[in-house]
Design a protein around this ligand. Structure first.
Ligand code: NAD
Length: 267
């Protein structure tokens, strides 16, 4: 049985992950559940906080104990915490699945360093649908030239703190890869005022925030006389938790390296 610890266990995603691990549908057990020192859930039973029978595992702040107890840790926290968790995965030689978004160059470097010694899987979107979508976006972008303008749209709930979403960036990177350019060079993340005509080859990203939208993404290839739209809509956050558990089970026997959900699905 794979011993899993959840980092960020009291969060929206953390609770979904607890539900999946405690469902006993996977060849996995809950070894530990950790959250921030100021979390409302500290000291509470993990089963209790998601409204099921007690599991006997309480939410704690003791990360060292969690890294010692688990074979693999799943992180859905914040970029700052994810850096620490990558360093601890390296220190303890434990496998790590990271779903936290908003990671910058520093955080990504920390993941790469950890991945030299242990297996790390990072994906800004753990859903099967978005993973397939990103493969499709790369394929379509590779087939169409600059006559087709690429525009990405994403919508999320009012509490989301990073923008554009990690998924929009993931899709942008897939489009850029298909076009053989770097997203950093092609991306236009916001437009306002007298911005002039569209720069050929640019990849636009626009953002909506409001209500309880779990996550909508679309990638449009806008040509002259036609538009191709590839889209994904998440209607249940449990989807990401199921994907993260699938990734964890897949990662169990993998050697050191940095993996993504595309490796899990082989696309
Ligand atoms: P949330 O704010 O509800 O939960 C985050 C949790 O992490 C909180 O309980 C918080 O107390 C805890 N936390 C913060 N700092 C911590 C620390 N230093 N140590 C331990 N715990 C800490 O947020 P959420 O909606 O659950 O999202 C979490 C992250 O996951 C975000 O970056 C979000 O964008 C991302 N996300 C990714 C996917 C995916 O498929 N990859 C899907 C949904 C959300």
């Amino acid at each position: 049985m794979l011993k899993i610890a959840i980092l960020g266990a009291a969060g929206r995603m953390g609770q979904m992950l607890l539900r999946e691990v405690l469902s006993k549908q996977y060849d996995a057990t809950l070894a530990a559940a950790v959250d921030h020192p100021q979390s409302w859930a500290n000291g509470k039973d993990t089963g209790g906080i998601i409204g099921i029978d007690p599991s006997g595992v309480t939410v704690t702040t003791d990360k060292d104990a969690a890294f010692k107890a688990a074979d693999l840790l799943i992180d859905f926290t914040t970029p700052a915490a994810a850096i620490d968790h990558a360093a601890m995965a390296l220190q303890y030689g434990k496998k790590l699945v990271i779903g936290t978004t908003g990671l910058g160059a520093v955080e990504e470097a920390a993941l790469k360093t950890a991945a030299q010694k242990t297996a790390v899987l990072y994906s800004a979107n753990m859903s099967i649908g978005v993973t397939l979508l990103s493969a499709l976006v790369e394929q379509v972008a590779a087939k169409l030239d600059h006559e087709y303008d690429i525009e990405i749209f994403e919508a999320h709930h009012r509490h989301k703190v990073d923008a554009p979403s990690g998924t929009a960036l993931l899709l942008g990177k897939a489009a850029a890869k298909g076009r053989n350019v770097r997203l950093e060079d092609a991306m236009v993340p916001a437009r306002f005022g007298n911005i002039g005509a569209r720069v050929p080859g640019s990849i636009g990203i626009s953002v909506f925030r409001g209500g309880d939208v779990i996550g909508d993404h679309s990638v449009t290839f806008a040509g002259i006389g036609e538009r191709i739209e590839l889209a994904h809509k998440a209607s249940d956050r449990g989807l990401f938790a199921k994907g993260a558990l699938r990734a964890a089970v897949w990662l169990k026997d993998k050697p050191a390296g940095l993996y993504s959900m595309r490796n899990v699905l082989g696309v």
